[in-house]
Design a binder for this molecule. Structure first.
Ligand code: ZN
Ligand code: ZN
Length: 255
């Protein structure tokens, strides 16, 4: 399985992640923060399935922009999968014909459009050769982390989360689990704040990683640009061989 954290909009430093989005096997997007900024138009046109972990702006800002960019040329429905609260938020606050056109309410000349699919937490969604399970995590709005599996490999993407248990308990039981992408928004100095806002710091990330109980590779992501250097220092200070910082733009081959 190929997993790429897309560059998140930092004009001065490609490590800066203002916007969050992943691409899996070049075709399934997880979150849509940076999609149209990080991908050329033909790559945007090849994405037909997008999971949104939660309604926060940094995870979906690119979705309306990308739709506007490719809508006339899509010849397949674009399916966006999210839990009910997130689908409602996208309808009410983004695709409401005020902030942006409601791309679910009309079709293009190929008779296709955007469809928002409500997913049920802890149930399986099959897309191509992948199986995805959305597991509720602990954030300030309803949010899910994702387990993405193919025949040989499973990967966890934590979503924005503070200390949480259900996701890691499920991950622990996955025989084919190979890697976890874990959010790390704040430095250790602000661990209390991280907890309050449903986020992690390096020391909190380490405690969450240990709940998996396996020596898998962990990639820290969602490092807030304002604290980037400090978070990197704290992560390096963990001196844990298996915990690294996800490099935006790198296509990680995980098997
Ligand atoms: Zn968030
Ligand atoms: Zn976020």
């Amino acid at each position: 399985m190929k997993v790429k954290l897309l560059p998140g909009g930092g004009a001065n430093n490609p490590q800066e992640q203002y916007l969050t989005s992943f691409l899996i096997n070049d075709e399934l997007a997880v979150d849509a923060g940076a999609l149209p900024l990080a991908l050329d138009r033909s790559s945007q046109l090849s994405i037909h399935h997008i999971f949104i972990t939660h309604a926060h702006l940094d995870h979906m800002a690119g979705l309306p922009l990308m739709l506007d960019n490719i809508f006339t040329d899509i010849n397949q429905t674009i399916l966006v999968y999210a839990i009910e609260e997130t689908v409602q938020a996208l309808h009410k606050h983004i695709f409401n014909n005020i902030i942006w056109p409601d791309f679910t309410s009309f079709k293009n000349s190929h008779n296709v459009n955007l469809q928002l699919q409500i997913i049920t937490p802890n149930s399986l969604v099959k897309i191509g050769g992948l199986e995805i399970i959305a597991v509720p995590v602990n954030h300030t709005v309803p949010t899910v982390g994702l387990i993405v599996k193919d025949k040989e490999t499973a990967v966890v993407i934590s979503g924005d989360t503070g200390i949480t248990d259900e996701l890691w308990a499920m991950a622990k039981n996955l025989k084919q689990l190979k890697a976890a992408f874990i959010e790390c928004s704040y430095p250790n100095r602000l661990s209390d704040l991280a907890g309050k806002y449903g986020h992690l710091s390096p020391e909190l990330l380490f405690a969450e990683y240990q709940k998996i109980g396996k020596n898998i590779q962990a990639f820290a992501y969602h490092l807030k640009p304002a604290y980037l250097e400090e978070i990197v220092e704290d992560l390096l200070a963990l001196k844990h061989q298996q915990i690294v910082i996800a490099e935006p733009g790198n296509n990680y081959e995980i098997d």
